[in-house]
Design a protein around this ligand. Structure first.
Ligand code: OAD
Length: 230
């Protein structure tokens, strides 16, 4: 039976594709307060600002491509059972070819009803104040905002608990509950953390090897190592 690899990714894996990370000098939130563009309160206060913000993100996403980091993870599927759990709302893992991708924080290329959250639509255009669900209610970005539940968290935890190998790539591990997945991985599982600022990240986790590298070099290197082992 194939060994199970679970990969947790954050904004860092898409940085070299041209999508800014959230925290740090050029963080995405610069110029925008998080509570204005990524919270239910912000949506109530100024819906147009929120729509504009995500419309811009969606347009940018459609102009960029997956990088060598996303692509290397696909290679692992030849010898391992791989699940990618991503905090990213982009579709770069899917476009690279990953088969199993769980989006913890939603998806930029989907819109959903403000009345019934089970009404979700594929969406590649701007969302405007004219766009309504089939029941006639305004559509919003299919994004988990601050203060909202993370509906896929339980699934993500159950998957992580079964990992033989757990790989974390490009996340500051500052946002919960996503960051707690590191602690759901079995203590005996091998863990790798790839991040150019890996020094600053928590290391009170058993069997964790930190690799201080960017995604486009660190991920292909690790994948080569893991592929040579089976
Ligand atoms: P952050 O912006 O908090 O962290 C990005 C991480 O990527 C940092 O640790 C960087 O050191 C690292 N990084 C930067 N460049 C990199 C590269 N080329 N290769 C690898 N790593 C690199 O982003 P997240 O941890 O993903 O939530 O943020 C978590 C959540 O906070 C996001 O999903 C988003 C945000 O609020 C929602 O939108 C709901």
């Amino acid at each position: 039976m194939k060994k199970k690899i679970v990969v947790l990714t954050g904004a860092g894996i898409s940085a070299e594709s041209g999508i800014q990370t959230f925290r740090g000098a050029n963080g995405l939130w610069e110029g925008h307060r998080i509570e204005d563009v990524a919270s239910p309160e912000g949506w109530k206060r100024n819906r147009q600002l929120v729509l504009d913000f995500y419309n811009l993100r969606r347009r940018l996403l459609l102009s960029v491509e997956p990088n060598e980091g996303h692509k290397a993870l696909v290679e692992l599927e030849k010898k391992y059972h791989v699940v990618v759990i991503t905090q990213n709302v982009d579709d770069l893992h899917e476009r690279a070819g990953s088969s199993l991708v769980l989006h913890l924080h939603g998806e930029l290329l989907k819109a959903r009803s403000t009345l019934d959250e089970s009404l979700i639509y594929d969406w590649r255009e701007d969302i405007t104040s004219e766009d309504k669900c089939e029941l006639g209610f305004q559509l919003r970005p299919h994004i988990v905002w601050f203060g909202e539940m993370v509906p896929r968290m339980e699934d993500a935890a159950l998957i992580t608990e079964k990992a033989d190998i757990f790989i974390v790539i490009g996340t500051s591990l500052q946002v919960y509950p996503a960051a707690s997945l590191l602690y759901f991985a079995p203590s005996h599982s091998r863990k790798f953390l790839i991040d150019p600022n890996a020094d600053e990240l928590p290391s009170k986790v058993e069997n964790l090897r930190t690799i201080k590298a960017s995604a486009t070099t660190g991920v292909p290197d690790l994948v080569r190592l893991l592929m040579s082992e089976v």
